[in-house]
Design a protein around this ligand. Structure first.
Ligand SMILES: Cc1cc2nc3c(=O)[nH]c(=O)nc-3n(C[C@H](O)[C@H](O)[C@H](O)COP(=O)(O)OP(=O)(O)OC[C@H]3O[C@@H](n4cnc5c(N)ncnc54)[C@H](O)[C@@H]3O)c2cc1C
Length: 382
């Protein structure tokens, strides 16, 4: 589609080069990876070695590309056009780990320790653990604890659940309770090699099947003092700040997959004949496709407008990020389901990717805050 959503030539070039790479390298195996629930580590590492798009928002002094927050959102959208699950794993690494680690230090007003700098420069496969088996939407109900010892180290106990990239990750940002108060939550950097730390096996899922999701378990896991990210008991602020960009990233996934569904259904309605004419001659098909197009275009405009507001530091952006995710996830489910309808049996089968994209689309109404949670936030804040 048009490049009017890109704020600069850099963004357009980024979008185009990643789109070409994705069509050449991601598309051919996307269905197979979904069928076999296979996360292709070597393909994923090529995002760093070949495309250089990991660490997109990190300053150059930390080995990053020094781009604004529009860059990862554009990249997530573009990867999701072909393979939303792969895009989801990239989102977890890029926005939930790399961007969040760096931004938390920025917000804290303190210097990032050399050990964190080192982790960032290694471009690990990474993720972020907030959700627990008994605390999802009710995030402040988390039970994982990190107790500071006399020597400054922390001992972490608890379990995180449904964490993207957990089964394969090298490093994670994890929230844990550090005090008695409900809001006494801190953020920690965890390495897969830490003793007392265990990564779970991949969960069986409806969609996003080639993005591995699992648990992170801490049993008397002792980490050095310098693993605390930012200030003690002040993990909520970066958590909330990062939710806005996470939600825009997830909304971009909905837009990416919706674009492909639209492209497929538009081509199909012109090629497929019934009763001696193309199905595009039927009013009901015209209605489905035109509604999909209008909803897609409107949602995408809202996404990029809010992204611009976020980059400009407008306070409204964090409220609108919830509205964008609500709007785009509903649009993504509607458009992908409609594509199945327009393609009939072909849409329901695995001959076309629309059924996979629809299964992937459903996650986007749950992950990063359910639509019900967003509705509650919005009715309170708007
Ligand atoms: C594939 C996948 C990847 C994920 N990746 C990550 C990750 O990388 N990191 C991470 O931390 N988490 C991750 N999650 C977890 C995700 O963020 C949670 O699933 C989500 O926040 C919802 O929590 P829950 O599943 O515990 O549902 P619950 O909170 O138990 O909600 C169940 C239902 O109740 C509704 N509900 C709950 N509270 C209210 C309320 N107050 N008012 C109205 N309705 C309510 C919900 O909307 C939902 O419909 C992932 C989940 C999936 C499926």
């Amino acid at each position: 589609m048009s490049s009017r959503f890109d704020q600069s030539e850099i963004h357009t070039t980024l979008r185009e080069s990643v789109r070409t790479w994705a069509h050449q390298n991601l598309e051919p195996g996307a269905s197979m990876r979904d069928e076999t629930e296979f996360f292709d580590v070597s393909l994923f590492r090529r995002l760093t070695t070949e495309l250089g798009i990991t660490g997109s928002t990190l300053p150059e002094s930390l080995g990053g590309a020094g781009l604004d927050e529009a860059a990862p959102v554009i990249l997530i959208e573009t990867l999701a056009e072909v393979d939303p699950a792969f895009s989801m794993s990239y989102l977890a690494q890029e926005l939930l780990f790399t961007h969040q680690l760096w931004r938390t230090w920025e917000l804290s007003g303190q210097k990032m320790p050399a050990s964190h700098d080192e982790v960032l420069r290694s471009h690990p496969i990474a993720g972020m653990g907030m959700t627990e088996p008994d605390a999802g939407t009710d995030v402040l109900g988390m039970k994982t604890t990190a107790e500071r010892q006399d020597d400054g180290t922390f001992i972490i106990n608890g379990t995180k659940q449904w964490i993207t990239n957990a089964p394969v990750g090298d490093a994670f940002l994890v929230y844990a309770r550090t005090g008695e108060g409900r809001r006494d939550i801190s953020l920690f950097l965890i390495k897969s090699t830490d003793s007392g730390f265990m990564r779970g096996t991949p969960e069986k899922k409806m969609g996003m099947r080639s993005s591995p999701t699992g648990s992170l378990t801490f049993t008397q896991c002792r980490v050095p003092a310098d693993r605390l990210v930012g200030n003690l008991h002040e993990g909520l602020r970066p958590m909330l700040r990062n939710l806005a960009i996470e939600r825009l990233g997830l909304a971009a996934e909905s837009c990416g997959l919706a674009k492909t569904c639209l492209d497929i259904m538009i081509a199909y309605m012109r090629e497929r004949h019934a009763f001696g004419k193309p199905i595009s001659d039927f009013g009901q098909i015209q209605r489905i496709v035109s509604e999909c197009y209008a909803k897609y275009r409107a949602s995408r405009c809202f996404l990029y407008e809010t992204l611009e507001d976020l980059i400009d530091g407008k306070p409204r952006a964090s409220i609108d990020a919830d509205a964008v995710k609500l709007c785009c996830s509903e649009m993504g489910e509607f458009v992908s389901r409609s594509a199945i309808q327009v393609l009939g049996a072909n849409g329901y089968s695995r001959a076309y990717p629309v059924e996979r994209l629809h299964r992937d689309a459903v996650l986007l109404s749950i992950g990063g805050g359910t639509n019900e949670a967003l509705q509650k936030n919005l009715s309170r804040l708007i």
